[in-house]
Design a protein around this ligand. Structure first.
Ligand code: ATP
Ligand code: MG
Length: 504
């Protein structure tokens, strides 16, 4: 082939390429070919981008979710299905934005940021795109401050740090939502802002949560992003991203934020419904192949920023529902692998009256212990081991009646520890009280209190301390530590309290 021929071919190729580009440029708009169940297929619109916001006939908005050779797949965001075949679709060059900032505190909004609490419009708020890149590694700091949930079993054994992602996982009705809501309640006065994202929940459950948060004065620092089971799959799909954008605004302003995604199983189901309608090939459990990306890009946005970036943080508590305790199903394993640990709530424990029903053996926190305060570290160090040994012994003890003294003592102690860790719903405990209770347990000071009276004794003891030794609680609170002297005073106080316990 000589030079001339090559340049002739080059010329021809270039002409063809130019023609192709012209073709694209001539297609700024497309037309809806198919519309159904919140999903549309659009002919033309060759310049659309993944995730871009589309305007459908001026009456509805849609998000691009698939770029095919000849058409574009998108999901319609308006609540009623307003898009219909034949409508003109225009690309906007933007992605979906929601209002963010302080004006949202105390409000309940839908995933598009429209208020649904009847308290009027949110005017003049800043806006933020719902999808954003996660903070880079160099912009991240070390997780070094604890996020107290106020739940003794969790703060002692599966501590959560600010900026961490901790999964709450369990079967239905095992107290998952309650753990998350209590964690929000416990942030009162701690300068942590909260976002609760409801995905595909019953409207009545969200109303109940709103009621609880209002009752305990937690709405002052909380935003609820609500998509109910009645909402379309696309709205449920964007809800966590909207909530995350609201949290990000606070984080980049240097605040600590706690965000709850309740729950990501329903989120995955909404995404699966959309994917199947878009005729994507179903994979394991009929989920599409990119279901991992769905949650990883969301949870990566939780972070602790470095001091140079303002030092804000987003702590994420995603919730996942399992079927019959199967944590090795597709979505649970995916999310377990993304998060920094999990709190596993178990049906059997819940029904045996051990509430919160935390399974100590299967719950872990991979970064939180470095953020625990000194006093808590001292009193909780042995707890996990003691409890798992107790559970093991308890199984064996069922078979034989002839137990040696040591075994009996450990069983009795284990029972008392288990009782101490029981905690009523919405009865969060301040960290100094947690440390006192754990100190009493660790020193085995309650051997002579019957097991069934431990819960009552603990409650009375805390009241007793508040009344007679307020300086002890104050000192632990201020120093974050428990000294020898304080330990001895607590031991004396226990002896005194036992004398009056149950006599009034
Ligand atoms: P769902 O699967 O319906 O989302 P869930 O796992 O989120 O359920 P919750 O709704 O939090 O569970 O709790 C289920 C029930 O258990 C509620 O009635 C709640 O009041 C009760 N409950 C949860 N935690 C406790 C607790 N620590 N003590 C007593 N009752 C509790
Ligand atoms: Mg729930």
């Amino acid at each position: 082939m000589n030079k001339e021929e090559i340049s002739r071919i080059e010329e021809r190729v270039r002409k063809k390429l130019n023609a192709v580009q012209l073709d694209c440029a001539a297609m700024p708009a497309g037309r809806v070919r198919f519309s159904g169940d919140g999903v549309i297929k659009i002919d033309g619109l060759r310049n659309a981008k993944y995730g871009e916001l589309l305007d459908v006939g001026g009456v509805a908005q849609a998000i691009v979710l698939g770029l095919n050779e000849n058409d574009v797949d998108a999901i319609v965001l308006s609540e009623e299905d307003k898009a219909s075949a034949g409508m003109i679709v225009k690309a906007t060059g933007r992605i979906v934005e929601v209002p963010v900032g302080k004006k949202l505190l105390g409000r309940v909004v839908n995933p598009l940021g429209v208020p649904i609490d009847g308290l009027g419009q949110i005017k003049g708020a800043l806006r933020r795109p719902i999808e954003a890149a996660a903070p880079e590694i160099v912009d991240r700091g070390k997780v070094d401050a604890p996020l107290q949930t106020g739940i003794l079993a969790i703060d002692a054994m599966v501590p959560i740090g600010r900026g961490q992602r901790e999964l709450i996982i369990g079967d239905r009705r095992t107290g998952k939502t309650s753990v998350a809501v209590d964690a929000i309640l416990n942030q009162k006065g701690k300068d942590v802002l909260c976002v609760y994202v409801a995905v595909g929940q019953k409207a009545s459950s969200v109303a109940a949560i709103l009621h609880t948060l209002r009752e305990y004065g937690a709405m002052d620092y909380t935003v609820i992003v609500c998509s109910t089971a009645k909402d379309s799959a696309p709205l449920q799909y964007i809800a966590p991203y909207s909530g995350c954008a609201i949290a990000e605004e606070f984080m980049y302003a240097g605040k600590d934020v706690l965000i709850v995604y309740d729950d990501l199983s329903k989120h995955a189901v909404a995404y699966r419904a959309m994917s199947l309608l878009l005729k994507r090939p179903p994979g394991r459990e009929a989920y599409p192949g990119d279901v991992f990306y769905l949650h990883s890009r969301l949870l990566e946005r939780a972070a602790k920023l470095s001091e140079e970036k303002g030092g804000g943080s987003i702590t994420a508590l995603p919730i996942v529902e399992t079927m019959a305790g199967d944590i090795s199903a597709y979505v649970p394993t995916n999310i377990i692998s993304i998060t920094d640990g999990q709190i596993y709530l178990e049906s059997d424990l819940f029904h045996a009256g051990i509430r919160p029903a935390v399974n100590v053996g299967l719950s872990v926190s991979r970064v939180g212990s470095s953020a625990q305060i000194a006093g808590m570290k001292k009193v909780s160090g042995k707890l996990r081991l003691d409890l798992s040994q107790y559970r093991e012994l308890a199984v064996f003890a069922q078979f034989g009646s002839d137990l040696d003294g040591n075994t009996v003592a450990r069983l009795e102690q284990g029972k008392r520890t288990t009782e101490t860790l029981k905690q009523d719903i919405h009865a969060t405990l301040a960290v100094e009280k947690q440390i006192v209770l754990l100190y009493v347990t660790m020193k085995e000071l309650l051997k002579d209190v019957p097991v069934e009276k431990i819960v009552a004794f603990n409650a009375e003891f805390l009241t007793y301390l508040e009344l007679h030794y307020p300086d002890i609680l104050q000192s632990i609170r201020e120093t974050g530590d428990i000294s020898m002297d304080i330990g001895i005073t607590i031991e004396d106080a226990v002896t005194e309290c036992k004398k009056t316990f149950g006599k009034e």
